[in-house]
Design a protein around this ligand. Structure first.
Ligand SMILES: Cc1cc2nc3c(=O)[nH]c(=O)nc-3n(C[C@H](O)[C@H](O)[C@H](O)COP(=O)(O)OP(=O)(O)OC[C@H]3O[C@@H](n4cnc5c(N)ncnc54)[C@H](O)[C@@H]3O)c2cc1C
Length: 507
């Protein structure tokens, strides 16, 4: 196996080229960084698809304290106040930083930044670029900056494993490109690999979002937190595409309505109606679909032909699906969208494994708790990129020769169907037990099954409904607690029961 030798020995490897990885690579300058991305720069990220925007307390009537308070309220008792305060305080500076690298945000008529309002934000604080193309514009700006940065070397390859030194510290990565493995030694590794939505049959996430970084961290023994909290976006466009395009929540903010096939309001009788919190609307639509109805987002009355100019990204996505939202209602359903849980990190983005850091959606920083406040995730990735760069302590020694076990990438379809049916918007004990039993035997050799198993296992253990985690058999809340696990503790807990159940299923 070849070792990449171009960079000096104090290089940091950053895995992933979404907002978190690109910003971390830039913030680490002038330290040498090798940025490893499974897709060419600009492709294969959730970042590029973000439609809403970036939350930042910029308005004259706003303050970081108010933004933090809204974040805590959305987090349903599991967001950490000091993390919310610290990230919210960074918001305005990070918008300035992005402008500094050339991202042009939308302006109001008076020339000030235009600030949008989104559900559960008490103030107008959503900064946008190109209307609903914020993610694409931010990604373009970051990619341009990385391409111009002399300290960053980009390698297009998939990271398959982590190298360790004699003390167990992470000391680099094992990659593969076109089936050829090679290693990149490093003094520290930052995982910025994004989320796990693509483990579900219905998702808004890119195909590669199968939690690959979560599997790397879990297999290295890292503490994982709140893995069960998966946010389902209520209004993915249900027109046959996989992944499913998103119809942003801002449409309902502008008056679009959720109706069934008879034109009857789907959210009638629910507090907040069409503008209820994201998880409430997701369950409302899920319930209607389970009763055999179809659900549509009707933009005709509120927006009509203005869709094309006001929401150009959604209009284009509809056009691709053969829908004209000016004259047709858009078929929608909930889809896995964002993972609140992840690899537990401290204030510097450090995981429990020496030499291993995590940033962006793969990390559990304590910001999102049981439910993410809209437009807080791009912000979190940008903020923690700076915290990682400022606090990174690159101290690992030379990497030991690794023995990478063979892993199956295999057919994801059965896992995605299982997650959709048993670990989805509404969960119960029987379904979660079945999921654990089916996933456990696959997990030693399949990373996707391993990550799915961690979600199902922690969902089974959380015998309450909180935020995005809804148990039909435990609809109330228990005292607030985080779930913290390692792969070792999970396997020790499930092995006997899961083996027996798996054997029973096989019979
Ligand atoms: C449709 C959609 C709309 C959204 N809208 C908003 C919004 O308006 N505002 C907001 O704040 N958030 C929004 N989000 C959430 C937000 O976009 C994501 O949480 C955020 O972009 C994640 O950034 P990231 O850098 O962590 O991961 P990503 O942007 O997903 O990037 C992950 C990177 O890791 C790479 N990678 C993964 N595994 C490996 C591996 N093993 N080896 C090498 N590379 C690997 C991928 O190729 C990719 O480059 C939205 C998400 C979606 C899907």
């Amino acid at each position: 196996m070849n070792a990449l030798t171009r960079n000096p020995a104090d290089r940091v490897v950053v895995v992933g080229a979404g907002v978190a990885g690109l910003a971390t690579a830039l913030r680490l300058a002038p330290r040498p960084v090798t940025l490893v991305s499974a897709s060419p720069l600009g492709l294969g990220t959730a970042t590029g698809w973000a439609q809403g925007g970036i939350a930042a307390a910029i308005g004259a009537d706003d303050a970081a304290e108010l933004h933090a308070a809204d974040t805590l309220a959305a987090g349903a008792g599991l967001s950490e106040p000091e993390v919310a305060a610290r990230v919210a305080a960074e918001g305005p500076h990070l918008i300035d930083w992005l402008r500094g690298i050339g991202v042009a945000f939308d302006r109001a008529e008076d020339g000030a930044l235009a600030l949008g309002l989104e559900a559960a934000h008490g103030r107008r604080r959503i900064v946008r670029a190109g209307g609903d193309a914020t993610g694409a514009r931010v990604l373009e700006g970051l990619v341009r900056a990385v391409q111009a940065a002399p300290s960053v070397e980009v390698v297009v390859a998939t990271v398959r494993d982590l190298l360790r030194d004699a003390d167990g510290a992470v000391a680099g990565v094992v990659c593969a490109r076109d089936g050829v493995p090679f290693r990149i030694p490093a003094r520290a590794v930052v995982l910025a690999t994004g989320g796990l939505g693509a483990l579900y049959a219905a998702t808004t996430n890119p195909r590669g979002a199968t939690g690959r970084g979560l599997a790397l961290a879990a297999r290295a023994g890292a503490v994982m937190r709140d893995m069960e909290f998966v946010q389902f976006h209520p209004t993915a466009i249900a027109a046959g595409a996989d992944p499913m395009p998103l119809a942003t929540e801002a449409l309902r903010g502008e008056g679009a309505r959720l109706v069934d096939e008879h034109g009857e309001p789907v959210m009638a009788g629910v507090a907040g109606g069409d503008l209820a919190p994201r998880d409430v609307v997701a369950r409302g639509i899920f319930g209607a679909l389970a009763r055999g109805r179809t659900v549509h987002l009707d933009t005709r009355g509120a927006l009509g032909s203005r869709m094309a100019t006001r929401f150009p990204t959604v209009a284009a996505l509809c056009a691709e699906a053969g829908i004209d939202p000016a004259v047709q209602a858009i078929p929608v359903r909930p889809a896995a969208h964002y993972h609140m849980g992840g690899v537990k990190v401290d204030a510097r983005g450090a995981t429990s494994v020496p030499g291993l850091y995590a940033c962006g959606e793969v990390a559990s920083t304590g910001l999102h708790g049981a439910n993410r406040l809209a437009s807080n995730s791009l912000l979190e990735g940008l903020a923690y990129a700076g915290f990682v760069a400022d606090g990174l302590d690159a101290a690992s020694g030379p990497a030991l020769p690794e023995a990478t076990p063979p892993r199956a990438s295999g057919d994801l379809a059965p896992i995605r169907a299982l997650m959709e049916a048993r670990v989805g918007v509404v969960r119960d004990e029987a379904g979660l037990r079945e999921a654990v039993a089916r996933l456990a035997p696959l997990s030693p050799t399949c990373d996707a099954a391993l990550v799915a198993l961690l979600v199902a296992h922690t969902a089974l253990g959380r015998r309450e409904s909180r935020g995005a985690h809804w148990r039909s058999d435990f609809s109330g809340s228990a005292p607030a607690r985080h779930s913290e696990i390692t792969l070792g503790t999970v396997l020790a807990e499930i092995e006997p029961a899961a083996r027996a159940a798996a054997e029973a299923l096989a019979r």
